[in-house]
Write a protein that binds this ligand. Structure first.
Ligand SMILES: [Zn+2]
Length: 366
Protein backbone atom coordinates (compact mmCIF):
# COMPACT_ATOMS: atom_id res chain seq x y z
CA UNK A 1 0.00 0.00 0.00
CA UNK A 2 1.47 3.38 -0.95
CA UNK A 3 2.66 5.52 1.92
CA UNK A 4 1.36 8.69 0.30
CA UNK A 5 -2.31 9.49 -0.09
CA UNK A 6 -3.67 8.63 -3.53
CA UNK A 7 -6.62 10.96 -3.82
CA UNK A 8 -7.92 11.51 -7.33
CA UNK A 9 -5.90 14.15 -9.08
CA UNK A 10 -7.34 17.53 -8.17
CA UNK A 11 -9.13 19.44 -10.90
CA UNK A 12 -7.21 22.59 -9.98
CA UNK A 13 -4.11 23.23 -12.04
CA UNK A 14 -0.87 22.64 -10.15
CA UNK A 15 1.20 24.11 -12.95
CA UNK A 16 2.12 27.71 -12.14
CA UNK A 17 2.24 30.43 -14.81
CA UNK A 18 5.67 31.67 -13.79
CA UNK A 19 8.38 31.43 -11.13
CA UNK A 20 6.98 34.11 -8.81
CA UNK A 21 3.55 32.45 -8.64
CA UNK A 22 5.21 29.08 -8.10
CA UNK A 23 7.33 30.37 -5.25
CA UNK A 24 4.33 31.95 -3.51
CA UNK A 25 2.34 28.73 -3.80
CA UNK A 26 5.28 26.64 -2.64
CA UNK A 27 5.89 28.76 0.48
CA UNK A 28 2.16 28.88 1.27
CA UNK A 29 1.94 25.12 0.83
CA UNK A 30 4.86 24.53 3.19
CA UNK A 31 3.27 26.80 5.77
CA UNK A 32 0.33 24.43 6.07
CA UNK A 33 2.42 21.24 5.97
CA UNK A 34 2.73 19.94 9.55
CA UNK A 35 5.62 17.60 8.71
CA UNK A 36 7.81 20.49 7.47
CA UNK A 37 10.46 20.59 10.20
CA UNK A 38 13.03 22.88 8.60
CA UNK A 39 13.28 25.32 5.71
CA UNK A 40 16.41 26.51 3.96
CA UNK A 41 16.55 29.46 1.58
CA UNK A 42 19.37 29.99 -0.94
CA UNK A 43 18.94 33.37 -2.67
CA UNK A 44 20.63 34.47 -5.89
CA UNK A 45 21.10 38.09 -7.03
CA UNK A 46 18.49 39.60 -9.32
CA UNK A 47 14.75 39.78 -9.66
CA UNK A 48 12.04 37.97 -11.56
CA UNK A 49 10.35 39.90 -14.42
CA UNK A 50 7.24 40.85 -12.38
CA UNK A 51 9.54 41.77 -9.43
CA UNK A 52 10.39 39.73 -6.37
CA UNK A 53 13.59 38.00 -5.36
CA UNK A 54 15.07 34.77 -6.67
CA UNK A 55 15.49 31.88 -4.26
CA UNK A 56 16.03 28.15 -4.11
CA UNK A 57 13.56 27.21 -1.37
CA UNK A 58 14.25 23.88 0.32
CA UNK A 59 12.20 22.04 2.90
CA UNK A 60 12.91 19.06 5.12
CA UNK A 61 9.75 17.08 5.81
CA UNK A 62 9.80 14.59 8.67
CA UNK A 63 12.29 13.84 11.43
CA UNK A 64 15.80 15.30 11.25
CA UNK A 65 17.10 11.93 12.46
CA UNK A 66 15.48 9.89 9.64
CA UNK A 67 17.80 7.24 8.21
CA UNK A 68 16.08 7.19 4.78
CA UNK A 69 15.57 10.27 2.64
CA UNK A 70 13.66 10.89 -0.56
CA UNK A 71 15.11 13.94 -2.33
CA UNK A 72 12.87 15.63 -4.92
CA UNK A 73 14.44 18.31 -7.09
CA UNK A 74 12.71 20.76 -9.45
CA UNK A 75 14.10 23.54 -11.62
CA UNK A 76 17.64 22.23 -12.18
CA UNK A 77 17.04 23.54 -15.69
CA UNK A 78 15.28 26.81 -14.82
CA UNK A 79 12.20 26.84 -17.04
CA UNK A 80 11.66 23.10 -16.52
CA UNK A 81 10.83 24.11 -12.94
CA UNK A 82 7.24 24.83 -14.00
CA UNK A 83 6.75 21.07 -14.01
CA UNK A 84 9.05 20.54 -11.03
CA UNK A 85 6.85 22.91 -9.00
CA UNK A 86 3.69 21.05 -10.05
CA UNK A 87 5.21 17.74 -8.91
CA UNK A 88 6.33 19.24 -5.58
CA UNK A 89 2.99 20.97 -4.96
CA UNK A 90 1.16 17.74 -5.70
CA UNK A 91 3.42 15.90 -3.26
CA UNK A 92 2.39 18.26 -0.45
CA UNK A 93 -1.26 17.29 -0.98
CA UNK A 94 -0.37 13.59 -0.72
CA UNK A 95 1.50 13.62 2.60
CA UNK A 96 0.08 11.66 5.52
CA UNK A 97 -0.36 13.59 8.79
CA UNK A 98 2.94 12.14 9.94
CA UNK A 99 5.78 10.46 8.08
CA UNK A 100 7.33 7.27 9.57
CA UNK A 101 10.21 8.06 11.96
CA UNK A 102 12.75 6.54 9.59
CA UNK A 103 11.71 8.62 6.56
CA UNK A 104 12.29 12.23 5.58
CA UNK A 105 11.64 14.03 2.30
CA UNK A 106 13.96 16.81 1.20
CA UNK A 107 12.27 19.08 -1.36
CA UNK A 108 14.38 21.41 -3.47
CA UNK A 109 12.25 24.03 -5.24
CA UNK A 110 13.83 26.02 -8.10
CA UNK A 111 17.44 24.87 -8.00
CA UNK A 112 18.10 27.43 -10.75
CA UNK A 113 15.71 30.28 -9.83
CA UNK A 114 17.12 32.85 -12.29
CA UNK A 115 16.64 30.51 -15.26
CA UNK A 116 13.16 29.63 -14.01
CA UNK A 117 12.14 33.28 -13.68
CA UNK A 118 13.71 34.31 -17.01
CA UNK A 119 12.44 31.29 -18.96
CA UNK A 120 15.81 29.67 -19.63
CA UNK A 121 17.44 26.30 -18.99
CA UNK A 122 20.71 27.93 -17.96
CA UNK A 123 21.44 30.27 -15.05
CA UNK A 124 22.40 33.97 -15.08
CA UNK A 125 26.01 33.07 -16.00
CA UNK A 126 24.79 30.98 -18.94
CA UNK A 127 25.63 27.77 -17.06
CA UNK A 128 23.72 24.57 -17.67
CA UNK A 129 23.77 23.20 -14.13
CA UNK A 130 23.62 19.67 -15.48
CA UNK A 131 27.05 20.11 -17.08
CA UNK A 132 28.59 21.94 -14.09
CA UNK A 133 29.50 18.99 -11.84
CA UNK A 134 33.04 18.46 -13.09
CA UNK A 135 36.39 18.79 -11.32
CA UNK A 136 37.36 22.41 -12.03
CA UNK A 137 40.89 21.84 -10.69
CA UNK A 138 41.53 19.74 -13.85
CA UNK A 139 41.77 21.01 -17.44
CA UNK A 140 38.29 21.71 -18.82
CA UNK A 141 36.89 18.94 -21.06
CA UNK A 142 37.02 19.56 -24.80
CA UNK A 143 34.09 19.14 -27.17
CA UNK A 144 35.54 19.30 -30.70
CA UNK A 145 32.13 18.60 -32.26
CA UNK A 146 30.68 21.70 -30.63
CA UNK A 147 33.57 23.81 -31.89
CA UNK A 148 32.98 22.51 -35.39
CA UNK A 149 29.26 23.29 -35.27
CA UNK A 150 29.38 26.59 -33.31
CA UNK A 151 29.05 28.91 -36.33
CA UNK A 152 26.18 26.87 -37.77
CA UNK A 153 24.34 26.75 -34.44
CA UNK A 154 24.30 30.56 -34.33
CA UNK A 155 23.42 30.98 -38.02
CA UNK A 156 20.15 32.94 -38.28
CA UNK A 157 19.51 31.37 -41.69
CA UNK A 158 17.41 28.32 -40.76
CA UNK A 159 17.83 26.44 -44.05
CA UNK A 160 21.61 26.87 -44.03
CA UNK A 161 21.83 25.92 -40.33
CA UNK A 162 19.76 22.78 -40.81
CA UNK A 163 21.81 21.80 -43.83
CA UNK A 164 25.09 21.95 -41.88
CA UNK A 165 23.61 20.05 -38.94
CA UNK A 166 22.09 17.39 -41.22
CA UNK A 167 25.43 16.98 -42.95
CA UNK A 168 27.12 16.46 -39.55
CA UNK A 169 24.51 13.84 -38.61
CA UNK A 170 25.04 11.97 -41.88
CA UNK A 171 28.78 12.02 -41.44
CA UNK A 172 29.03 11.18 -37.70
CA UNK A 173 25.68 9.65 -36.72
CA UNK A 174 22.82 10.90 -34.52
CA UNK A 175 24.52 10.12 -31.18
CA UNK A 176 27.75 11.93 -32.07
CA UNK A 177 25.63 14.86 -33.26
CA UNK A 178 23.69 15.03 -30.00
CA UNK A 179 26.90 14.80 -27.97
CA UNK A 180 28.44 17.62 -30.04
CA UNK A 181 25.44 19.89 -29.49
CA UNK A 182 24.17 18.86 -26.04
CA UNK A 183 26.87 16.71 -24.42
CA UNK A 184 28.40 19.76 -22.75
CA UNK A 185 30.92 22.45 -23.72
CA UNK A 186 33.19 24.62 -21.57
CA UNK A 187 34.31 27.32 -23.99
CA UNK A 188 31.24 29.35 -24.95
CA UNK A 189 29.21 31.06 -22.17
CA UNK A 190 26.58 32.39 -24.60
CA UNK A 191 26.14 28.99 -26.26
CA UNK A 192 23.86 26.12 -25.23
CA UNK A 193 24.88 23.40 -22.75
CA UNK A 194 27.74 25.50 -21.33
CA UNK A 195 29.16 23.83 -18.22
CA UNK A 196 30.79 26.93 -16.69
CA UNK A 197 34.29 27.49 -15.38
CA UNK A 198 33.49 27.26 -11.65
CA UNK A 199 30.75 25.76 -9.44
CA UNK A 200 27.37 27.46 -10.04
CA UNK A 201 24.75 28.51 -7.47
CA UNK A 202 22.85 25.26 -7.92
CA UNK A 203 25.94 23.13 -7.38
CA UNK A 204 26.96 25.07 -4.27
CA UNK A 205 23.41 24.68 -2.95
CA UNK A 206 23.44 20.90 -3.47
CA UNK A 207 26.86 20.57 -1.84
CA UNK A 208 25.69 22.62 1.16
CA UNK A 209 22.55 20.50 1.56
CA UNK A 210 24.55 17.25 1.31
CA UNK A 211 26.91 18.54 4.00
CA UNK A 212 24.43 20.19 6.36
CA UNK A 213 21.89 17.36 6.33
CA UNK A 214 24.63 14.68 6.49
CA UNK A 215 23.12 13.02 3.43
CA UNK A 216 26.17 10.80 2.86
CA UNK A 217 25.20 8.98 6.04
CA UNK A 218 21.61 8.17 5.01
CA UNK A 219 19.95 5.94 2.43
CA UNK A 220 18.83 8.08 -0.48
CA UNK A 221 16.35 8.03 -3.32
CA UNK A 222 16.93 11.12 -5.44
CA UNK A 223 14.51 12.15 -8.20
CA UNK A 224 15.41 15.15 -10.37
CA UNK A 225 12.41 16.29 -12.45
CA UNK A 226 13.09 17.47 -16.02
CA UNK A 227 11.11 18.14 -19.18
CA UNK A 228 11.75 18.52 -22.89
CA UNK A 229 13.33 15.26 -24.03
CA UNK A 230 11.68 12.00 -25.08
CA UNK A 231 8.22 10.80 -26.09
CA UNK A 232 5.36 13.25 -25.55
CA UNK A 233 3.74 12.82 -22.14
CA UNK A 234 5.96 9.93 -21.05
CA UNK A 235 8.11 10.20 -17.93
CA UNK A 236 11.34 8.34 -18.69
CA UNK A 237 13.31 7.07 -15.70
CA UNK A 238 16.90 7.80 -16.67
CA UNK A 239 19.71 6.28 -14.65
CA UNK A 240 23.21 7.66 -15.22
CA UNK A 241 24.85 5.32 -12.71
CA UNK A 242 27.48 3.12 -14.39
CA UNK A 243 25.71 0.03 -15.84
CA UNK A 244 27.47 -2.45 -13.52
CA UNK A 245 27.29 -0.29 -10.39
CA UNK A 246 25.30 -0.84 -7.20
CA UNK A 247 23.35 2.35 -8.01
CA UNK A 248 22.16 0.97 -11.35
CA UNK A 249 21.19 -2.34 -9.71
CA UNK A 250 19.20 -0.43 -7.09
CA UNK A 251 17.48 1.69 -9.75
CA UNK A 252 16.46 -1.45 -11.68
CA UNK A 253 15.21 -3.11 -8.49
CA UNK A 254 13.13 -0.09 -7.48
CA UNK A 255 11.88 1.20 -10.81
CA UNK A 256 11.89 -1.93 -12.96
CA UNK A 257 13.19 -2.82 -16.39
CA UNK A 258 11.81 0.38 -17.92
CA UNK A 259 14.64 2.29 -16.25
CA UNK A 260 16.96 3.45 -19.07
CA UNK A 261 20.74 3.91 -19.09
CA UNK A 262 22.38 6.45 -21.45
CA UNK A 263 25.66 4.50 -21.10
CA UNK A 264 23.94 1.48 -22.68
CA UNK A 265 22.22 3.52 -25.39
CA UNK A 266 18.76 2.63 -24.07
CA UNK A 267 17.76 6.19 -23.17
CA UNK A 268 16.51 9.20 -25.11
CA UNK A 269 19.44 10.95 -23.38
CA UNK A 270 23.06 10.54 -24.47
CA UNK A 271 26.00 10.22 -21.99
CA UNK A 272 26.93 13.66 -20.69
CA UNK A 273 29.67 15.46 -18.82
CA UNK A 274 29.16 17.15 -15.47
CA UNK A 275 25.71 15.89 -14.47
CA UNK A 276 24.18 16.74 -11.11
CA UNK A 277 23.87 12.97 -10.69
CA UNK A 278 27.62 12.62 -10.18
CA UNK A 279 27.66 14.68 -6.96
CA UNK A 280 25.11 12.28 -5.50
CA UNK A 281 26.72 9.11 -6.86
CA UNK A 282 29.93 10.12 -5.07
CA UNK A 283 28.29 10.19 -1.63
CA UNK A 284 25.73 7.40 -1.98
CA UNK A 285 25.77 4.27 0.15
CA UNK A 286 24.56 0.90 -1.09
CA UNK A 287 20.83 0.66 -1.83
CA UNK A 288 20.56 4.28 -2.85
CA UNK A 289 20.16 5.72 -6.31
CA UNK A 290 19.63 8.86 -8.35
CA UNK A 291 17.27 9.08 -11.30
CA UNK A 292 16.28 11.80 -13.69
CA UNK A 293 12.55 11.76 -14.34
CA UNK A 294 12.42 13.27 -17.81
CA UNK A 295 9.03 14.16 -19.26
CA UNK A 296 8.92 14.18 -23.04
CA UNK A 297 7.27 17.00 -24.93
CA UNK A 298 8.05 17.79 -28.58
CA UNK A 299 10.77 16.08 -30.69
CA UNK A 300 14.49 16.58 -29.98
CA UNK A 301 14.90 18.68 -33.13
CA UNK A 302 12.33 21.11 -31.73
CA UNK A 303 14.28 21.21 -28.46
CA UNK A 304 17.46 22.16 -30.31
CA UNK A 305 15.59 24.68 -32.52
CA UNK A 306 13.93 26.49 -29.64
CA UNK A 307 17.05 26.45 -27.48
CA UNK A 308 19.27 27.77 -30.27
CA UNK A 309 16.71 30.46 -31.02
CA UNK A 310 16.86 31.43 -27.33
CA UNK A 311 20.67 31.53 -27.31
CA UNK A 312 20.85 33.56 -30.52
CA UNK A 313 18.23 36.02 -29.25
CA UNK A 314 19.88 36.57 -25.86
CA UNK A 315 23.33 36.87 -27.44
CA UNK A 316 21.97 39.80 -29.46
CA UNK A 317 19.54 41.43 -27.02
CA UNK A 318 20.87 40.59 -23.56
CA UNK A 319 19.84 37.90 -21.09
CA UNK A 320 16.86 39.85 -19.67
CA UNK A 321 15.34 41.40 -22.82
CA UNK A 322 12.09 42.24 -21.07
CA UNK A 323 11.28 45.25 -23.27
CA UNK A 324 12.11 43.68 -26.62
CA UNK A 325 8.94 43.28 -28.75
CA UNK A 326 9.93 39.76 -29.84
CA UNK A 327 10.59 38.50 -26.30
CA UNK A 328 7.00 37.35 -25.53
CA UNK A 329 6.93 35.15 -28.66
CA UNK A 330 10.25 33.58 -27.65
CA UNK A 331 8.92 32.91 -24.15
CA UNK A 332 5.79 31.30 -25.64
CA UNK A 333 7.93 28.99 -27.80
CA UNK A 334 10.11 28.02 -24.83
CA UNK A 335 7.11 27.33 -22.63
CA UNK A 336 5.38 25.36 -25.39
CA UNK A 337 8.42 23.10 -25.53
CA UNK A 338 9.23 22.77 -21.83
CA UNK A 339 5.76 22.87 -20.28
CA UNK A 340 2.93 22.25 -22.76
CA UNK A 341 -0.41 23.74 -21.70
CA UNK A 342 -2.23 20.60 -22.93
CA UNK A 343 -4.28 19.37 -19.92
CA UNK A 344 -3.76 15.73 -20.97
CA UNK A 345 0.02 16.18 -20.94
CA UNK A 346 -0.17 17.80 -17.51
CA UNK A 347 -2.35 15.14 -15.93
CA UNK A 348 -0.19 12.35 -17.41
CA UNK A 349 2.86 14.05 -15.89
CA UNK A 350 1.39 14.30 -12.41
CA UNK A 351 0.07 10.73 -12.52
CA UNK A 352 3.45 9.41 -13.62
CA UNK A 353 5.31 11.47 -11.01
CA UNK A 354 3.08 9.92 -8.36
CA UNK A 355 3.82 6.40 -9.61
CA UNK A 356 7.57 6.99 -9.68
CA UNK A 357 7.58 8.67 -6.25
CA UNK A 358 5.63 5.75 -4.79
CA UNK A 359 8.12 3.27 -6.26
CA UNK A 360 11.01 5.29 -4.83
CA UNK A 361 9.46 5.27 -1.36
CA UNK A 362 8.63 1.59 -1.54
CA UNK A 363 12.19 0.76 -2.61
CA UNK A 364 13.75 3.08 -0.07
CA UNK A 365 11.80 1.62 2.84
CA UNK A 366 12.00 -2.04 1.74
ZN1 LIG B 1 16.40 19.30 -18.07
Amino acid sequence: MPLLVNSSLPAGDFFPDHYQAARERWLTGLHSTPSCSERRDFPVPGQSPPGGGLHTDCAWLGARTASHVLVLIGGTHGIEGLTGSAVLLDLLTRLPAQLPESLAILCIHALNPWGYAWHRRCDAEGIDLNRNFIDFSQPLPANPGYRELRAALFDEDTARRQQVLAQYRRQHGQTAYEIAVSGGQYTDPVGPFFGGTAPAHGRRTIETLIHDFRLAQRRLAVIDVHTGLGAYGYGEIICDHAPDSAGAATARAWYGAECTLPALGTSSSVPKLGLLDYAWHAIMQAESCFITLEFGTLPTENLFDVLLRDHRFRARHGTQPVDHPDFPALVDALRAHFCPSDPDWRSQVLQRARTVTDRALEGLLS
